[in-house]
Design a protein around this ligand. Structure first.
Ligand SMILES: NC(=O)c1ccc[n+]([C@@H]2O[C@H](COP(=O)([O-])OP(=O)(O)OC[C@H]3O[C@@H](n4cnc5c(N)ncnc54)[C@H](O)[C@@H]3O)[C@@H](O)[C@H]2O)c1
Length: 639
């Protein structure tokens, strides 16, 4: 019965207008009460006209202060200290205003109905009534939810600071599900065995084993992502998974509204949360100087990297932002997102193919871009292995068109987005990006122009289009199996925002001609990541979800090259950005090879195209690919 009542009530809310009217009715009842006291106790009889005038003034002034302070706007069953404070302030203001009006009327017109003390008593009775009515509704809802059927979830909060106590209040006030916070966990040893909000602090990460004895079912992480390392989060997750305790995370402060958040924003921790590293320090002043009042063009703007670069650039006062992509629907989605977020930047969306030289020339001559971030590319290794034609046409051809036009139209800055797969490439995709790097660098070193060319190189980003994390998520949702190409395969990961911050930072560093590398942190073993993702979903690897080892794909490496080490890099002022020491090639050589390759596209076979790539990039040795035969033939010729 109680459950049914709760279910029926939980979907129904009293409208704000109704709360406003009910609040005013309580003020009127309080008026009747005080008036009755006056009659019974002091035998004061007021003419009815006076009663009418006084009551109307009280309703008008209380109504006005309720409306201005919106004291009726909170959801009654979730009333908080803030809601009660608003009612208190609104009542106090009404008493003060009425007392002032009363005093003025008395001194000017000797028109006096209640003393100020009566007004004060009325204010106190009104506040008590408003307070008790809110409390009763809240207590009633608590009563209807405390049934045997609606179980309480026993929770511990990781973090006993301000974030932790806010999380405590949110959990405490949640009606469905109901949470009972039984412990705080905090690594600050001064807090151990003390209590916060009357809840014991059991200690830090080393004391997590005691959670089982407290029957804790969930732990909510309430520490800003800026203050907790990847390793620490991973350690906590591992310890909790062993005890079969669900690990959740409270929303970042940026997502709070009015100093709080909703219980629905507390989500199960995801692999992305575990792999996110401490945030990067950005030199926003330098980036701002580079972007301020400039016409900025982003190619591949609808892609994972391009769209995040766009989002980040929107925080700077650019003169205009030109978004170029050939994927119409994805570009439309981005356009809608930017409109919805009301970004205050002049944005032009253009559906175009960057390898189309005449179309690009027209756009350069009419739109006059001054800064370009080039992120348009084909990036999937197995697909490009099947389609060298497209890798050369789009990646190499697109880069050539844009970089040459940048020189012609005196673009100030050209930032090329490259990949770690360009280092000692083992596949067509990586080799095509290495050729782009060589082209851009050779053009930069040629030096007879005003454009500063910069290349940024980094490894996999978490959750980008078609990457491993969304793939595993889909496979888990479908009940498995998860497919891993090799048990030993490892990859470096950074988040998309992190990578794009570094692209912006590196973009405005140095003299031009550099290839900037990003510190990717520690490599992650994909097989272990798959197991962790299954466990984070509350399932068991091999019991609930199988992991299938499918064998390396064409062109795939077992271990990604370590992007940066002391021998192959030069440090910069930014600890996470290094300059690669690479072999440079003369512009004439790289340009003539590229022109030849592009000219041959429609007349020679894939094998010949890849052969041409290998001649320009001698370190390109194919792996698990039909093009391995070319390397064998070259070795035999050299012997
Ligand atoms: N995703 C990663 O993990 C990662 C890591 C390091 C480097 N990168 C590099 O970043 C770049 C972008 O990668 P992404 O992950 O954003 O890929 P993505 O596929 O999400 O985005 C690429 C975008 O380029 C567009 N595009 C492709 N060809 C085009 C053309 N001819 N004209 C206009 N637009 C075109 C696509 O429509 C797409 O929107 C690639 O060069 C990639 O190698 C990506």
């Amino acid at each position: 019965m109680k459950k049914k009542l709760h279910q029926w009530l939980s979907d129904r809310y009293i409208s704000r207008v109704a709360v406003f009217i009910l609040d005013l009715m309580l003020v009127v009842i309080a008026f009747a009460f005080v008036q009755l006291l006056l009659v019974l106790h002091s035998h004061v009889y007021m003419p009815l006209t006076y009663v009418g005038i006084l009551l109307s003034s009280i309703i008008a002034i209380y109504g006005l202060s309720f409306a201005i302070l919106k004291s009726y706007s909170g959801i009654l069953r979730h009333s908080t200290f803030r809601d009660i404070s608003l009612v208190f302030v609104a009542t106090s203001i009404s008493v003060v205003v009425l007392s002032i009006v009363n005093t003025i009327c008395d001194s000017l017109y000797h028109f006096f109905m209640w003393t100020n003390t009566h007004l004060f008593v009325h204010g106190a009775v009104s506040f008590a009534a408003l307070f008790v009515w809110r409390l009763s509704i809240k207590a009633f809802f608590r009563f209807t939810t405390t049934s045997r059927q609606i179980k309480e979830v026993r929770v511990a909060i990781y973090g006993a600071g301000v974030f932790g106590t806010t999380t405590y209040n949110v959990l405490k006030n949640s009606a469905s599900p109901r949470y009972r916070v039984v412990a705080f966990i905090d690594d600050n040893h001064f807090l151990k065995n003390k209590s916060v909000q009357n809840i014991p602090v059991i200690g830090g990460v080393n004391d997590l084993s005691s959670l089982t004895s407290l029957n804790v079912q969930e732990v909510v992480l309430a520490i800003s992502p800026k203050l907790i390392s990847r390793k620490k989060k991973d350690d906590i997750a591992t310890l909790l998974m062993k005890q079969k305790i669900v690990f959740k995370v409270a929303p970042e402060t940026e997502k709070w509204i009015d100093g709080s958040f909703d219980v629905s924003q507390i989500k199960k921790i995801q692999i992305r949360d575990l792999l996110t590293r401490l945030p990067i320090e950005m030199n926003t002043e330098r980036i701002g100087d580079g972007l301020e009042n400039r016409i900025v063009m982003v190619t591949g703007a609808a892609g994972s990297i391009g769209s995040e670069i766009v989002r980040q650039i929107c925080h700077f006062p650019v003169a205009r932002l030109i978004l170029i992509d050939q994927a119409e629907s994805a570009l439309y989605d981005l356009q809608q997102e930017l409109k919805q977020n009301k970004v205050e930047v002049d944005i032009v969306c253009i559906v175009a193919d960057v390898s189309n030289a005449s179309r690009m020339k027209m756009l350069f001559s009419t739109l006059h871009p001054e800064v370009i971030f080039h992120a348009a590319a084909y990036k999937h290794v197995p697909l490009m292995e099947e389609n060298p034609y497209e890798a050369i046409r789009v990646n190499v051809g697109g880069c050539r068109v844009l970089s040459e036009l940048s020189v012609e139209y005196k673009v100030r800055k050209f930032v090329m987005v490259s990949t770690d797969k360009a280092v000692n490439p083992t596949n067509v995709m990586g080799a095509s990006k290495r050729i782009c790097e060589m082209y851009v660098q050779a053009l930069a070193l040629k030096g007879d122009h005003q454009t500063s060319f910069v290349t940024t190189r980094f490894g996999n980003v978490l959750g980008s289009n078609g990457s491993v994390v969304p793939l595993f998520e889909k496979q888990i949702a479908a009940g498995g199996p998860i497919t891993v190409t090799d048990k030993k395969i490892t990859r470096y990961f950074m988040t998309i925002p992190e990578a794009c911050q570094l692209v912006l930072e590196a973009g405005f560093m140095g003299k031009g001609g550099e290839i900037f590398l990003f510190d990717m942190g520690e490599p992650v073993r994909i097989y272990n990541m798959a197991k962790k993702m299954i466990r984070l979903s509350g399932l068991e690897p091999y019991k609930d979800i199988d992991i299938e080892v499918t064998g390396l794909r064409d062109g795939e490496k077992l271990y990604e090259e370590l992007l940066a080490n002391a021998e192959n890099t030069v440090p910069t002022y930014h600890e996470k950005i290094m300059i690669a020491k690479v072999r440079t090639v003369e512009y004439e050589r790289v340009a003539s090879s590229v022109v030849q390759m592009l000219r041959d596209l429609n007349v020679v076979s894939d094998l010949t195209l890849v052969q041409q790539m290998k001649s320009l990039v001698p370190e390109f040795v194919s792996n698990h690919s039909k093009f391995c035969s070319l390397d064998k033939a070259m070795m035999t010729n050299n012997m």
